[in-house]
Every structure is written in C-alpha cells, then in structure tokens.
Design a protein around this ligand. Structure first.
Ligand SMILES: Nc1nc2c(c(=O)[nH]1)N[C@H]1C(S)=C(S)[C@@H](COP(=O)(O)OP(=O)(O)OC[C@H]3O[C@@H](n4cnc5c(N)ncnc54)[C@H](O)[C@@H]3O)O[C@H]1N2
Ligand code: MOO
Length: 388
C-alpha cells in the first residue's frame, strides 16, 4: 500500500495533454484557457459619461450655458465644446472634445436652449478612456474560465478562445450483479450507481464522459469493454479491483498490456485503487463500493482531470473546519469520513461510515480528512475537510 500523496503523484505522471481547440465565447465557461487572451483595445475605448446630464468645461453654481448639441450612447457629438457651452449627454455616451465634466441633470435648470447650473458635485462623472482596462490587457493561460472571465473576454472583444479539448473518459462498471438504473434486477442483482455519480462529476468538471455497457465478470466481457474505450484519454473501471475470484479487472487490463503504476492505497475507503497506462490512455481502476468509488472520484479522479486539462497538478482543495462533536483515534489508513456542517460551520461525522452507504454520502456535504493514526479529537478542534 502506498500513501495517498504518492498515488496522486503517480496519477499526475499519467496525465497527458488531450490537445486544444478553439471555441466561441458562448461555449467558453468551464473550459481551461490555453493561450493568453490579449485585448486589442482599451475599455472604455473613449472617455464616456457615467451619468445623464450635461457635458461642460468646468462649471460653478449659477453659470448659464448654451446647449449646442447632444451626445448619446452610440451617437457622439462631433464638434468641440467651448467655454459657456454645454452638450446634452447620456450615460455611456462619448464625452465631447473639450469637455471636462458632466453635471447631472438633477443639478441643472433647463431654460429653452440654455441651462443654469444649480450645483456641482465633486465627481466629474467621466469614465476616462481605459479606466476599466488598457489595450494589451491580458487574461493569462492556463485558467479555468468562469462567467466573470467570459464577460471580461467579451469586453476585450475576444470572440473565441483556445481551450483544452475535453478529455474523453470511458466509464466501465463491472460485475455480474449489476443492471443499469431503470432496468429489471434479477434476484441476485443490484443497480449500478457510482458510475452515474462519476459521469456527473466528470461532465461538470470539463470532461466528456462515455458510459460504456456494464462489463460482466469474464475476461472476454472486460476485453470488449476495453476495446470500446480504446480511443479514450482516460479509462475508469469500477469494481472488480479487490482480491476475490471474480475480481478480474487488473488481469484483463494486464492481458492487454497495462503498465501498472500502483495498486492499493493506504486510505479508507478506496484501498484497492489501481492505476497505470493502457496504450495511449491512463487507466484508473476504482473499487466497486459506491462510496469508495465516489470518494476516489473526489480525491484522485478530479485532480487527475484538472492536470489533464492543463491546470496545476494539486490535490482536492481542503479547508479548515471546527468539529462540532468529538472524533475517535484514526486507524493506520488516511480516512475520508463522511460528515456534514451545521449553520455555524461546525462539522459532525456520521456514525455509519461503511463504504456501501450511499444514503449517508447523500446527506454528507464534506469529507473529513484524518491522517493515519490521527489521535482522538475533541469538539472545537479544527480538522481539514474537502467540501463535496
Ligand atoms: N478479502 C478481502 N475482501 C475485500 C477487501 C480486502 O482487502 N480483502 N477489500 C474490500 C474493500 S475495502 C473494497 S472497497 C471492496 C472492493 O471490491 P471490488 O473493487 O472488487 O468491487 P466489487 O467486489 O466488484 O464490488 C464491491 C461492492 O460494490 C458493489 N458495486 C460494484 N460496482 C458497483 C456499481 N457500479 N454501482 C453500485 N455498486 C457497485 C458490489 O455489488 C459490491 O457490493 O472489496 C472489499 N473486499
Ligand atoms: O476501501 Mo473499501 O473502499 O473501504 O470500502
């Protein structure tokens, strides 16, 4: 058994770049930017009014000015303003040449084609050219693009971006006992569940998961499944990873030339995790117990996907949290305990931690990480959690 950190490093070493593609901006959120995006222009590109009012060259209360034209958003004033003149102006409109401030219309009395200034604020109500960002402003790669990035890229007049291609990831549930959800389980059968969680997690994290037919516990069925996954960047099997007579995944993969990186990790749940390289693809063999597979999804598969996408190779993000109830001493394996947080952020772990209990995982909102042999912890102590 190897420690979790070693297993993660071995997984990162298996990550290969799936290449890049260009996508229009409406498809960019959630993708990883791979080429710096540079703005060819400044924003705003011209000095603009921040308010509706009158553009003037300085002003004092009591000044009377002649209104010589109008500047609206999209239709500027073409002339130059002179002392004693004002231009009617609206929010977002270009500031006329020569103007230095905008007096808001609430502070002005209009009298035919003249105005009389009643009050002058401290603010000029002018957005200078480039006040938001200058020409050359750059969004640096690599970066996981969020909706705010997309807005900035749009303002930068970037219509499409170069991003990492979505890795193709095969999901292979294995086991004679499994039927797909909505099917008709026989007397000794159950419904495959964890591959559905993994599919959702991978899709949300930027991959293109491919749910393959459930493989039976035979070498032939497993080899067929691997053949269907031959063009994938990553192949994930679930189940058949342990030491039982019907646990054939490693044997089938080895027959196809698997170069194994590791087998068995000192963690709970997830001990019988296996990984290696199978042809051009990375292979991760997850344990079958539903909670084990999903915990390994958070601890190993999502960080591996992040590395494949070109993001920094790092473990699942952990934060500190206060224990709302005590914890017993931990055993020899790193433990990822299913827990939940109350309104004040205090964490309690569930009494039942068996790795078959999906209903407990479903109630949980975090994994409390216990290092090997972590001593008993009192309520109020801080522990590390992975929000899920
Ligand atoms: N003698 C030993 N037995 C076991 C050990 C061990 O060290 N020595 N390890 C245990 C641990 S820990 C785990 S985890 C499991 C992992 O076993 P496998 O990866 O071989 O998984 P299976 O035996 O195929 O299935 C385990 C369990 O999970 C159910 N399952 C499998 N796939 C799915 C799926 N896609 N959706 C829902 N449920 C699934 C399966 O029916 C079993 O109940 O081994 C322990 N045994
Ligand atoms: O490691 Mo198993 O994944 O404890 O149930």
């Amino acid at each position: 058994m190897i420690p979790v950190s070693e297993a993660l490093d071995a997984l990162f070493a298996l990550a290969r770049d799936p290449g890049t593609e260009d996508v229009p901006l409406v498809r960019a959120a959630g993708r990883v930017l791979r080429a710096d995006a540079v703005s060819a222009w400044a924003q705003p590109p011209f000095a603009a009014s921040a308010m509706d009012g009158y553009a003037v060259i300085e002003a004092r209360p009591g000044d009377r000015m002649k209104v010589v034209g109008e500047s609206a958003a999209g239709h500027g004033f073409s002339g130059t303003i002179a002392p004693g003149e004002a231009v009617r102006i609206f929010t977002g409109a270009p500031l006329p040449d020569g103007a230095t401030r905008v007096v808001i219309q609430e502070d002005v009395d209009r009298d035919g084609d003249s105005i009389v200034i009643r009050e002058v604020e401290g603010a000029t109500n002018v957005r200078t050219a480039g006040a938001d960002f200058p020409a050359g402003h750059t969004l640096c790669a690599p970066r996981l693009l969020n909706p705010r990035d997309v807005a900035l890229l749009a303002a930068m007049n970037v219509g499409s971006v170069r991003v990492t291609r979505r890795p193709e990831i095969a999901l292979i549930a294995t086991g004679d006992e499994l039927v797909a959800p909505g099917g008709n389980p026989g007397p000794d059968q159950i419904v495959a569940s964890n591959t559905y969680a993994l599919h959702a997690m991978l899709e949300a994290a930027g991959a293109r998961p491919r749910m393959l037919p459930i493989a039976r516990d035979t070498m032939g069925s497993l080899e067929t499944a691997f053949a269907l996954a031959a063009d994938c960047d990553l192949v994930i099997t679930v189940g058949g990873a342990s030491v039982g007579d019907h646990d054939l995944v490693a044997r089938a993969a080895q027959a196809l030339g698997l170069e194994r990186a590791f087998y068995k990790v000192a963690m709970r749940p997830g001990k019988p995790l296996m990984a290696g390289r199978l042809g051009e693809a990375a292979l991760v063999g997850l344990p079958g117990n539903p909670v084990s597979a999903i915990v390994c999804g958070h601890v190993f598969v999502l960080p591996l996907l992040g590395a494949m996408l070109g993001l920094p190779a790092r473990p699942a993000h952990r934060i500190g949290a206060r224990l709302a109830a005590p914890l017993p001493e931990n055993g020899p394996r790193e433990h990822y305990m299913r827990g939940h947080r109350d309104e004040s952020g205090g964490v309690t772990v569930y009494d039942r931690q068996d790795s078959s209990l999906l209903s407990v995982l479903n109630s949980a909102d975090c994994l409390v990480v216990r290092s090997p042999r972590d001593p008993a912890r009192a309520a109020g102590e801080t522990v590390e959690i992975i929000p899920i």
